[in-house]
Design a protein around this ligand. Structure first.
Ligand code: PLP
Length: 389
């Protein structure tokens, strides 16, 4: 019988897409909804892509990625994540998204469960649906600045569970999980014999604490770490990321990555190489810019009587609009609020409902854009929330 894969047949419409559709291509809108860096891609990175197009034949390449880039990624991971994979463990992918999809296609079959954080990045839903797996959400707690509720997580494991997905620094909460939390998550995966998939896309965007990769605690080959050039180098459109897998898994991952695209454009791989091996001051500049935006937003919230905890990493802030609007969080409709805010004030934010079930009273704003737009957008948001009927 002809039918679409069940997980794709009735995709739950994510409120983020609805909002994005309404805000798209509207120049008058203040865009705080997406994690899109406002700073340009550093010139030496863009120049590497241009030189490659101009000077090199753009042909087919190795499915796992060229050796020179896999070596640069392995060296970068040793430098940033204190984890020392061999280049053979690295597979180059189409961004962090491609890395997550390739990994989950390798690990999951239809009807397998994957434990995902709530609140968590909305992109996980589509990737899991494409892989055929089912998301089972484990709570991150606002009371602990969005650290996982480890007891609740443990209780969600069943014989169908295959993968524990961990994201630190986290989107949207901005938590940087401390070493004890990472150790407990690795221990949970070990006790239940799960794969642990560590999404480390924001590992260089940290303002307090330090990144601990679960891969550094992996003693039996169950941790897969993924990363990307998108966020630290403002390269979202270049689409270069990576998966770092235990030795036994890299060839399966290479098959899947090859089946997805065979190889990525050489010009983009050259740009990624320039980013990873070139001067790193641009990363510090971006981090400082996002930190200044974070502090600006926190000051505005404090002045409005809506003080929020400072995110320790990534570049987002969760704003408790139910509190600002003096409404009960449980019955707050964050999508209706975001749609009304867009219609009335031309300010786009991401509704809390896009990130799972746990933050209906929040919206997420991006701290990665222009500070003047952030100030105007956040003040407009708070003003609108106070008058929201
Ligand atoms: N993981 C998280 C937590 C993200 O926030 C994002 C992008 O916003 C990604 C993965 C995907 O990153 P990329 O643009 O490299 O595909």
């Amino acid at each position: 019988m002809r039918q679409v894969k069940p997980t794709l047949a009735q995709p739950a419409p994510n409120p983020m897409f609805r909002l994005a559709d309404l805000a798209r291509d509207r120049a008058e809108v203040i865009h705080l909804e997406f994690g899109e860096p406002g700073l340009p891609t550093p010139a030496h990175i863009a120049a590497a892509a241009v030189a490659s197009i101009r000077d090199e034949r753009q042909g087919y390449g190795p499915t796992n990625g060229p050796d020179w880039l896999r070596a640069a990624i392995a060296a970068r991971i040793a430098r940033v994540d204190a984890h020392h994979p061999t280049p053979e463990q690295v597979v180059v992918t189409a961004g962090g998204t491609g890395a997550l999809l390739a990994t989950l296609l390798c690990l999951c079959g239809v009807d397998d469960d994957v434990l995902v954080p709530d609140p968590g990045w909305p992109g996980y839903d589509g990737i899991l649906a494409a892989a055929g797996a089912r998301p089972v959400r484990y709570p991150l707690l606002p009371a602990t600045d969005w650290l996982p509720d480890l007891a609740a997580l443990d209780a969600l494991v069943t014989p169908r569970t295959r993968v524990l997905l961990v994201n630190s620094p986290s989107n949207p909460g901005g938590a940087v999980f401390p070493p004890a939390t990472i150790a407990a998550l690795v221990d949970c995966a070990r006790r239940h014999d799960l794969w642990l998939l560590s999404d480390e896309c924001y590992d260089e965007l940290i303002y307090a604490g330090a990144h601990v990769s679960p891969a550094t605690l992996d003693d039996d080959g169950r941790v897969i770490a993924i990363g990307t050039c998108s966020k630290s180098y403002a390269m979202t459109g270049y689409r270069v990321g990576w998966t770092v897998a235990p030795a036994g898994l890299a060839s399966a991952l290479g098959i899947v990555a090859g089946a997805q695209a065979n190889n990525l454009p050489l010009s983009m791989l050259r740009a990624a190489h320039a980013a990873l091996t070139g001067p790193q001051a641009c990363v510090a500049t971006m981090r400082d810019t996002y930190r200044a935006n974070r502090d600006l937003a926190l000051d505005l919230l404090r002045a409005a009587g809506c003080a929020a905890d400072a995110p320790a990493g990534a570049f987002y802030l969760l704003v408790d609009v139910a509190r600002a609007a003096n409404r009960p969080a449980a019955s707050f409709d964050s999508l209706a609020f975001a749609e009304a805010l867009l219609a009335a004030r031309a300010i786009a934010v991401a509704p809390g409902g896009a990130f799972g079930a746990t933050i209906p009273g929040h919206v997420r704003i991006s701290l990665a854009g222009d500070p003047a737009a952030l100030r105007t957008g956040l003040m407009g948001l708070l003003d609108f929330a106070r008058a929201w009927e």
